[in-house]
Design a protein around this ligand. Structure first.
Ligand SMILES: [Mn+2]
Length: 360
């Protein structure tokens, strides 16, 4: 990414800081540090100051930090990262905003101790997350590419689903095939859950072998150019009985209703409600135990959240999952999940793999 991309993001942070009446922002969450600088090291803090941006890291990342964020003021940690940052803040005499949910108590105490009693700290959640919620065209392109890889692997792995195959075997195929197609890794540990285990929304793949006449939920995602995708399909091994077809159609209709509701200017909770109402009308409301979707980007779960009570107004440029599902204990589960972009006047699906029920 070009330097001016980071410069622009940092200017937006400074504008948000002025509104919060703080002079600097301490950034401790690595995806946020990457978003503002391009630094990919796995240890570091960032301080956005009025006239400069200071990146704190240790000797392991000196060369990398110079290469990735040569424009930043680079400070190598001495005693510890938090103490180094605190001492820097004390010298600069700044009032500092920080994000409590992204700071351990130990780090917070060490930084505050080193900064001394004169520094004014202001808790401020979500400043960078609000910026990250609106994707640039380049970010959307990366998520779209990650979604394409996910769709290709889903298509291939569905062809491997048959009685006798272990969930773990399919999960291993998913990880391998994602990487072979250029992913740097999986957005999360893939879910392969068959039979009654498909009723666990976040089942971990097990030794269990897929049987005949079972639902199988596959949930996977690729990380490409550091951006995540997230895709779920549910298939049936054998000929699906009428009730499974009915359930599947309800989830499919809930998915379509949520996609239809997804547009700029609506509240996030309205998209959730659109999906929930379809399932409720089909008598399945109580089996929908999670929210309809979540933002995704540098992280697999980020703003905005599409759930009950989420009053955020959706804006063009957000990328979210749409993933209604039902989970019937002892029987099985069905989830259909795609990634969608909020456009100027509606939404567009970034993952396009077919979503009709496959009977294998
Ligand atoms: Mn998801």
């Amino acid at each position: 990414m070009e330097v001016r991309v980071y410069a622009k993001r940092i200017e937006l942070v400074r504008a948000a800081l002025r509104a919060k009446r703080a002079e600097a922002l301490l950034v401790t969450h690595l995806p946020n540090i990457f978003y503002l600088t391009g630094f990919t090291g796995d240890s570091g803090f960032l301080l956005v100051e009025p006239e400069r941006t200071t990146l704190f890291t240790d000797g392991r990342f000196r060369v990398q930090a110079r290469a990735e964020a040569s424009w930043a003021n680079l400070v190598m940690q001495r005693a510890g990262l938090a103490a180094t940052v605190g001492a820097h803040i004390a010298r600069a005499k700044l009032s500092v905003a920080y994000c409590p949910s992204q700071l351990s108590l130990a780090t917070w105490q060490a930084a505050r101790h080193a900064a001394g009693s004169k520094v004014r700290w202001r808790a401020a959640e979500g400043i960078i997350e609000a910026l990250r919620a609106i994707k640039s065209p380049a970010e959307v392109a990366a998520i779209r590419a990650a979604g394409k890889v996910a769709c290709e692997v889903m298509h291939e792995v569905i062809a491997l689903v048959r009685p006798g195959v272990r969930e773990l075997d399919l999960a291993a195929e998913i990880g391998y095939r994602l990487r072979r197609k250029g992913a740097s890794g999986e957005s999360f540990e893939a879910i392969v859950a068959a039979g009654p285990r498909s009723a666990l929304p976040h089942a971990r793949p097990s030794e269990r072998r897929i049987g005949k006449n079972e639902l199988v939920v596959l949930d996977l995602g690729a990380i490409l150019r550091r951006y995540c995708s997230d895709l779920t399909r549910t298939v049936f091994v054998g000929r699906a009985p009428a009730r499974v077809k009915r359930w599947y159609r309800a989830v499919q209709n809930a998915h379509a209703a949520a996609c239809e509701a997804l547009r700029p200017g609506v509240r996030a909770q309205e998209v959730d409600r659109a999906a929930r109402q379809v399932l409720q009308r089909n008598g399945l409301g109580r089996f929908f135990v999670h929210s309809t979707g979540h933002g995704l980007g540098l992280e697999i779960h980020e703003a905005p959240r599409l759930g009950k009570g989420q009053a955020t107004l959706l804006q063009a440029g957000s990328v979210v999952t749409i993933e209604p599902g039902i989970y019937i204990e002892g029987v099985g589960g069905i989830r259909i999940e795609d990634d969608a972009r909020v456009t100027a006047d509606g939404s567009e699906l970034l993952t396009t793999l077919g979503r009709d029920l496959l009977e294998l």
